[in-house]
Design a protein around this ligand. Structure first.
Ligand code: NAP
Length: 279
């Protein structure tokens, strides 16, 4: 733990930030663990980002989470960037070190895997290819994580094909790019299927990819967690697949930052889910 003498402060910066569930999550952990600390949502405009990162440590902040639109920009302002954050090209967790240096990490991929391990303990990433729908910011973290845990082949389809091609260029030959209109076909024979698009989220259009390729035994997961059980997951469950919702990823990606800032690893359990779902 960083040994700042003051009550430690942490928070999340974004623009906008009102929708963030992170304050409810970290607030729950702080209360549960009896830690004297605070976690604050902060709306920071891109033009104020550099100044904010200079000021926050001086104001008693030990670190922050970073969300849209700052996840890429903070990499250029950090002094130390972990390999995985550099590979992904974005950071979601900053630690303000006592020596004044800003340490940037990306815990999205680890959170994604921890969620699958918790809710689908029999999932074997090496059992077959993974199909990844979407190639946005979150997909980069998912592809990196899937490669790290031994998925033999990753098939990606994205509406905007060049974004998927960029993933292939960055992550190598295990990644194959498929046409967005062929996304349904690429699911066939996969062991793992992941929706990383925002389709299916409240207020967004439905994911219209044909899902007849889903088979019992496949692991199907959605990064969207509002609604908790998306239409994609409902159809996958009906096809006999093992399904895992996206809320656990949000909870697990937050745990390493909390531990670094406040000194205790928080537990991700049903009470944590309930606390976040209640807001
Ligand atoms: P992003 O960078 O904006 O990427 C959005 C993705 O959705 C892109 O692949 C985009 O395709 C696709 N998409 C959007 N509208 C589409 C449409 N009408 N038709 C086809 N494709 C469409 O966003 P992100 O940061 O990767 O986040 C993606 C989703 O994951 C969001 O819903 C976010 O809330 C969720 N997420 C969840 C967690 C968690 O902890 N569970 C963590 C991170 C993100 P194009 O490239 O063609 O635009």
């Amino acid at each position: 733990m960083t040994d700042h003498p003051k009550i430690p402060l942490a928070g999340v910066i974004g623009h906008p930030i009102a929708h963030s569930k992170s304050p409810a999550l970290h607030g729950f952990w702080l209360r549960r663990l009896g830690i004297k600390g605070h976690y604050i949502p902060m709306d920071i405009a891109p033009t104020d980002l550099k100044e904010a990162l200079q000021m926050l440590p001086r104001m008693g902040f030990v670190g922050i989470n970073v969300t849209i639109p700052h996840k890429e920009a903070v990499l250029k302002l950090a002094d130390v960037v972990t390999d995985r954050a550099a590979l992904i090209g974005a950071a979601n967790t900053l630690i303000f070190r006592k020596d004044g240096k800003i340490h940037a990490d990306n815990t999205d991929g680890a959170g994604f895997i921890a969620n699958l391990r918790q809710h689908a303990p029999r999932w074997n990433p090496a059992a077959g290819p993974a199909a990844v729908l979407g190639a946005g910011g979150a997909a980069r973290a998912i592809v990196a994580a899937l490669i790290e845990v031994g998925v033999p082949e990753i098939r990606i389809a994205n509406r905007t094909r060049p974004r998927a091609e960029a993933l292939r260029a960055d992550f190598g030959a295990k990644v194959q790019v498929h046409e967005w209109v062929q996304a349904g076909n690429m699911i066939e024979g996969c062991a793992t299927v992941v929706n990383t698009t925002s389709l299916g989220m409240v207020g967004k259009p439905d994911l219209r990819v044909p899902l007849d390729g889903l088979r019992p035994g496949m692991l199907v997961t959605d990064l969207v967690y509002a609604p908790l059980k998306t239409q994609f997951l409902i159809e996958a469950e009906a096809a006999g697949c093992t399904i895992v919702d996206g809320l656990g990823m949000l909870l697990h990606q937050a745990a390493p930052g909390f531990e670094r800032w406040f000194g205790t690893r928080p537990e991700v359990d049903q009470a944590t889910r309930d606390a976040v779902l209640a807001v």
